[in-house]
Design a binder for this molecule. Structure first.
Ligand SMILES: [Zn+2]
Length: 252
């Protein structure tokens, strides 16, 4: 099962951006929990750096993430411009715009764009602690500007769609992750302590039209008639060998 850790930015004594009595830490937590609920519904194992209004330093947040053994670290924030109502839109920060983190950031931005936010793109911020001290691919999402009234309006009116967009971007990334090394199924026809016996069997297989080779492992010369990444193909080969009178079994 895939495991995700979600970090609601700031918390406790650190409110993040404050604008007209609105505290960033509260928006971050609301959105973080909403994203987590959607991911849980999709079978993802979700944990959080915080689920209440408590303070952790950015370094502590990164360590909570690392100790969770999650596959991805998702930090959720809201942006701020120098002057109110001058900045708008969403952006996602990464340590470096490459690999899974870059892909994840792009997927999240693309989905967030569908909720009506302007897409400000993927931005490299290598100096951020939650991005540079986490061991797994990590992103920091800026979900609109907290000191922009229309961004706040959109945030409040569409919180569930925004959460779903972030979750969809994460789920899309999990689906496109490079697959793990494939299992190899070997069709073994015989195993001998004596190398000559093994070679003789391999020769007989070859003269019967099968591919064969001898592999020495754990004290035995093992005669194999193929290696397959697809179990069906291995079973098919086994069937042909048995029809030709060979004893076989499949190892992986
Ligand atoms: Zn923030």
């Amino acid at each position: 099962m895939e495991k995700i850790i979600i970090d609601a930015g700031h918390g406790g004594s650190d409110p993040g951006t404050v604008y007209n009595g609105r505290l960033e830490k509260n928006d971050n937590l609301r959105l973080a929990l909403a994203v987590g609920n959607i991911l849980s519904d999709h079978g993802v194992d979700v944990s959080y750096t915080r689920t209440t209004d408590v303070y952790h330093s950015p370094y502590e947040k990164a360590m909570i993430g690392n100790n969770s053994n999650a596959d991805l670290f998702i930090s959720i924030h809201r942006n701020a411009a120098q002057k109110p109502n001058t900045g708008t839109g969403i952006e996602t920060l990464v340590y470096a715009d490459k690999g899974i983190a870059g892909q994840l950031a792009r997927n999240v931005n693309r989905e967030l764009e569908t909720t009506g936010f302007q897409n400000r793109g993927v931005i490299e911020r290598p100096e951020l602690t939650v991005l540079n001290r986490t061991v797994m691919p990590a992103i920091l999402i800026e979900a609109g500007f907290l000191n922009n009234d229309s961004d706040n309006q959109r945030f409040d009116a569409n919180l569930n769609q925004i959460a779903k967009a972030i979750a969809d971007g994460i789920l899309a990334t999990l689906g496109s992750e490079p697959s793990k090394p494939e299992k190899i199924y070997r069709v073994q026809v015989g195993a001998y302590k004596n190398k000559d016996y093994a070679n003789r069997l391999a020769d007989r297989l070859k003269s019967d039209g099968f591919s064969a080779f001898v592999a020495y492992r754990d004290g035995y010369y093992r005669v194999q008639a193929g290696a397959f990444t697809n179990l069906d193909n291995a079973v098919n080969m086994e069937r042909q060998l048995r029809r030709a009178g060979y004893d076989t079994f499949i190892t992986s």
